[in-house]
Each structure stands twice: as structure tokens, then as C-alpha cells.
Design a protein around this ligand. Structure first.
Ligand SMILES: NC(=O)C1=CN([C@@H]2O[C@H](COP(=O)(O)OP(=O)(O)OC[C@H]3O[C@@H](n4cnc5c(N)ncnc54)[C@H](OP(=O)(O)O)[C@@H]3O)[C@@H](O)[C@H]2O)[C@@H](O)CC1
Ligand SMILES: [K+]
Length: 512
């Protein structure tokens, strides 16, 4: 497993534990890191005439001295531009001593068109915005359109948050070590990394396991064993029943998109719960999806009692008034004692169901925290997130990963913080960053489909965090495969090949 994401503190700890366990020491790790980067430079640019290696004062610079030594040894014209000397007796100082090339000051860095830059200024130790000589070097490389290979991270990109501090290199490739860092996947860092190459430098899986990292790159390996595949004796209600609330007569489409996606995702039955005045318009557009008139909480209770739904979607096209809050709180009360017979496994609150609680989010969180409340998944985009969690959203230091985690803990809900770098976080601190997104998904109704997929998986008893991770990945994969011209109506059908491959891969996952 190599999809865990390590913070800079965790990476430092991995480094320390590896050295303590032996036999590799600090300079040994640095040599391997530098070899991996030099190998990548030679592989990508086999006919490079001249490589400029920019070395910072810390261990990132140390890696740079190893790169320069190997490139020069391979016959490539290599120049080192150093920003300060490494600390005496440090691994970086050893690496510099092993490098036969004299360095020139970064303050006079110049390069010619057609040359290559290796950025070994700052990596995990970036502590402030790039300024002075380093910022000027970014300007030189950018102005000349020089290909940049970054060591560990493009200098200026925070490994923990993906933020750009001041300015940053835009690399053609970034070679990182042992595991990716959150900043490789979170925006804008991801855009600055170019191709990300993961190099094994001898930090063992056992060492990483000891750190118990809480964040992963969202891939099927993390949730495939929980992915529902119908049993041979399945009948439709055993495969889960999803209820999707529809808006009024002129806002019904979002619910139907969500309902279709829930059905495609394997829920055995799906019902659109429609206000009385929108029954006709909904009925005119539904075939296998059922329809039930739902105007008040009594209607919800009756539906829950008689039809035993296991998941609901509330929000798409629903409006943001009192009714939304009342319905939301009634759904969250489904597991309470008076309704013990009516067990609902999971709820997806999206769009208007999030915005409706902007004036009193605590009421929502309180309801979600009650014992026996159904599991709640909320899927805010940035605007919706800041309505429900304004203080968390305004924090200019925390990463999107930290923000999603803080929100999940506060709301006792799985939070799917949407965007081109969607983060999924659970109340217990587990989190995943999605990286298979496609720009084609930024289209009206796409979020309604995501809610439907999530509810479809929840209804089949997939655990909430895993269901949310799977839904985000599946939705993105379907969107990327479809590509140009995608509209939300295409997505439910576009899920089919993605689901087929997952179902086929599912039995190959070891159980346990
Ligand atoms: N961990 C591992 O397993 C392995 C790690 N390895 C490598 O080590 C790298 C981490 O090394 P590192 O901790 O020495 O930090 P690094 O990024 O070199 O920067 C620290 C120096 O830069 C300075 N500085 C920072 N920002 C600045 C700015 N904007 N402007 C000016 N100065 C700034 C900072 O100054 P200070 O904050 O102390 O004032 C300090 O002097 C990691 O990315 C990887 O490449 C590999 O060798 C293999 C094994
Ligand atoms: K770097």
C-alpha cells in the first residue's frame, strides 16, 4: 500500500525511525533521494545540454548536491547555484563535500534557453514565503520556459497544505520520496508539481505503518472490499431502498438525477418523494423510479414505517426554507426511540439542505450527534462549506484537509468538501484527497448525481466514509472517461463501465 499521505512532521519521523532502525543512515537516504531525481532528469531529458541545480541550505539542497554529482558524472554539463552553505556536519554538508563541482551564488543565477533546472531549494522545511534570490530564480526559469524538475516539492509549495507561499516553481515533474504529501494533491500545489514521481529510498512499509497516517490518496484499494456486490439471493429491497426528496414543480430535475444515480449505483429501489403540487411533473419523467407524495413530516414517517428506506438524499433543488430544516431534523431523528422500528442507515445532505442551516448550524450538528442518529454525509462545495462552517472556512493557515476534518468532527458527519481537489473526511479523523477529478465534472447537476451515488452505496450498507470516498472516485472516473460534452444527464449511464470494473475487481480484494 503506498497511497498514504504523510505530513512533513510524519515524513521527518519516518526519516528518524528508518535511520534509528538501520542500516541506512541519513546520508544514505539522501544519496538514494538524489539518485532517484538524477535518474528522472536523465530519463526525461536524455539529450540535456546543461542542467542548473539550485541548492538551498537544508536537506533539500543536500539532495541537490547528490543530483549534481551524478549528472556531472554522467557527462552532463552541470552548474550548481547555492543559496547559503549547508550547516556544518549536516547530511547536506556531507553531500556537498562529495560533490566535485564548485557552486556559484544563487544571487547571480542565470540560464540559457533550452537548459534544465533542478529545484532543490526548499522542500519539507519550507518555513516562509519565497523572496529575494529564490523568488528571482523562479522568475528566471518561468521567463525562459525552462523545464523544472523539483526535488520533493516545487519550492514555494507547502507540503502540508498545497498553498503557494509567495511564489513557487511550476515543475514539469516532481520527484518525492516514500509517500506523497498532501500538498502534492491539494490545489494549487497539485498544479505546480507536474508529473509526480514516487521514489523508494528505503523507508520501509513497516515504518510508515508505525506512523498510522490518517490521510490517503483516494483510490479503490481503500474501499473496494466494502463495495457492495449483490448476493445471489438478493431481492430488490435487500439491495437497499433510497428516498430522494424533490423540490417544487419547477425544481424537480435535480432529485430525478440524484434518484437515477442512486439506482445505477446498485440500490434495489428508489423513490422520489415529491410535494403534491409536483407529482404530475415528476410522474411524467419517471419509469422504474417510484414516486410518493410527501408534503410533511407525517408523510416521511409513514414512508419510513411502511417502505423501510435505508438512505435518503435531501437538498438538490429543494429550497432553503423552514421545510428543509424540518425535514432534515425529522430524518436525523429516524433512529430515535420512538421510531425504533424505522431504522435508516444513512442520509446525504447536499446543496439546499446545507444552506438551510446557515443561521443555526448547531441545531443540525446537535441532531447529528445524538445516539442512534442515522449516519450523515454532507457534500458542500466551497460556498456551502463557508455557510455552515464560517470560522473554519476563514482560517487562512489550515489546509483544505484540516478544514474538512475539523468540520467532520464538529458536525459528526462525513464531509465531502467538493472542488477540483475534493477532500473526504470522517469524524474520527480519517481523510482522503481525491485526485482523479476531471474538469468535465464542473457542470450543472453533477453534484446531484454525486449525492445519488453516495446514497445508493449507503443504502447497500457500505460504511459512510468508504461510501463517500467510493462515490467521489466513481463520479470522477465516469466524468473523465466520458470527457468533452459531458452533461449531468450523461453521468448515470456513464457510471456503468466504471461499476462493472469495480465489481469485477471486488472478489480479488483479500477479505479481512
Ligand atoms: N525526511 C526524509 O525522510 C528525507 C528528506 N530528504 C530531503 O530533505 C528535505 C527536507 O529537509 P529540511 O528539513 O532540511 O528542509 P528544507 O526543505 O531543506 O529547508 C530547510 C532550510 O531552508 C530554509 N528555508 C525554508 N524556507 C525558506 C524560505 N522561504 N526562504 C529562505 N529560507 C528558507 C530553512 O530556514 P529556517 O526555517 O531554519 O529559517 C532551512 O535552513 C526534504 O524535502 C527532502 O528533499 C531526503 O534527503 C531524503 C530523506
Ligand atoms: K524543491
Amino acid at each position: 500500500m503506498s497511497d498514504e499521505l504523510l505530513t512533513s512532521a510524519e515524513m521527518g519521523e519516518a526519516d528518524r525511525l528508518t535511520i534509528a532502525a538501520g542500516p541506512i543512515d541519513g546520508i544514505g537516504l539522501m544519496r538514494r533521494a538524489g539518485e532517484a531525481v538524477a535518474g528522472e532528469v536523465l530519463r526525461r531529458y536524455p539529450s540535456a545540454m546543461h542542467v542548473h541545480v539550485l541548492c538551498g541550505p537544508g536537506n533539500n539542497g543536500g539532495d541537490g548536491y547528490v543530483v549534481a554529482r551524478i549528472l556531472a558524472g554522467s557527462g552532463v554539463a552541470t552548474t550548481i547555484w547555492a543559496s547559503g552553505a549547508p550547516r556544518p556536519q549536516s547530511d547536506a554538508a556531507l553531500a556537498a563535500a562529495e560533490c566535485p563541482i564548485a557552486s556559484r551564488p544563487l544571487s547571480v543565477f542565470e540560464a540559457e534557453p533550452g537548459s534544465i533546472v533542478v529545484d532543490a531549494l526548499y522542500g519539507a522545511g519550507l518555513s516562509k514565503p519565497l523572496s529575494g534570490d529564490a523568488a528571482r530564480a523562479v522568475g528566471v526559469a518561468t521567463a525562459l520556459h525552462l523545464p523544472v524538475v523539483a526535488v520533493d516539492l516545487p519550492s514555494g509549495v507547502s507540503g502540508d497544505s498545497g498553498r503557494v507561499l509567495g511564489v513557487a516553481f511550476a515543475a514539469a515533474a516532481t520527484v518525492t520520496f516514500a509517500r506523497k504529501k498532501p500538498g502534492h494533491l491539494l490545489l494549487p500545489g497539485r498544479e505546480r508539481c507536474g508529473d509526480i514521481v514516487l521514489a523508494d529510498i528505503g523507508i520501509g512499509d513497516d515504518i510508515i505503518a508505525r506512523l498510522q497516517p490518517r490521510a490517503v490518496d483516494n483510490r479503490p484499494a481503500h474501499w473496494l472490499r466494502d463495495f457492495p456486490v449483490p448476493a445471489v439471493d438478493a431481492h430488490k429491497y435487500k439491495r437497499g431502498h433510497v428516498g430522494v426528496f424533490s423540490g417544487g414543480p419547477s425544481a424537480t430535475g435535480a432529485a430525478r438525477l440524484s434518484a437515477l444515480a442512486a439506482a445505477r449505483s446498485g440500490a434495489g429501489a428508489v423513490t422520489v418523494l415529491s410535494p403534491g403540487n409536483a407529482m404530475t411533473v415528476n410522474a411524467g419523467h419517471l419509469t422504474s423510479i417510484m414516486l410518493s407524495k410527501t408534503d410533511d413530516v407525517a408523510d416521511i414517517r409513514e414512508f419510513v414505517g411502511e417502505r423501510r428506506p435505508s438512505a435518503f438524499v435531501l437538498g438538490p433543488g429543494f429550497g432553503v426554507g423552514d421545510k428543509t430544516r424540518t425535514f432534515g431534523l425529522a430524518l436525523l431523528a429516524c433512529g430515535q426511540a420512538q421510531d425504533a422500528a424505522a431504522q435508516v442507515d444513512g442520509l446525504v445532505f447536499d446543496a439546499d439542505a446545507i444552506t438551510a442551516f446557515r443561521e443555526a448550524p448547531e441545531i443540525l450538528f446537535e441532531a447529528a450527534r445524538r445516539p442512534n442518529a442515522p449516519a450523515l454525509v454532507m457534500t458542500p462545495h466551497e460556498g456551502e462549506f463557508s455557510r455552515l462552517f464560517p470560522d473554519i472556512a476563514d482560517d487562512n493557515v489550515s489546509s483544505k484537509l484540516d478544514k474538512a476534518r475539523a468540520a467532520a468532527a464538529r458536525a459528526n458527519a462525513v464531509i465531502v468538501y467538493k472542488g477540483a481537489d475534493t477532500v473526504i473526511a470522517a469524524p474520527d479523523g480519517r481523510a482522503a484527497i481525491n485526485s482523479n477529478g476531471a474538469a468535465w465534472l464542473a457542470t450543472a447537476g453533477s453534484g446531484d448525481v454525486l449525492s445519488g451515488i453516495t446514497a445508493g452505496l449507503l443504502a447497500q450498507a457500505m460504511p459512510p466514509f468508504e461510501a463517500a470516498c467510493a462515490a467521489v472516485w466513481i463520479h470522477a472516473d465516469a466524468g473523465s472517461r466520458f470527457g468533452p460534452g459531458l452533461i449531468a444527464e450523461d453521468l448515470p449511464l456513464a457510471l456503468v463501465p466504471v461499476l462493472r470494473e469495480l465489481v469485477e475487481a471486488r472478489p480479488k480484494v483479500p477479505v479481512g
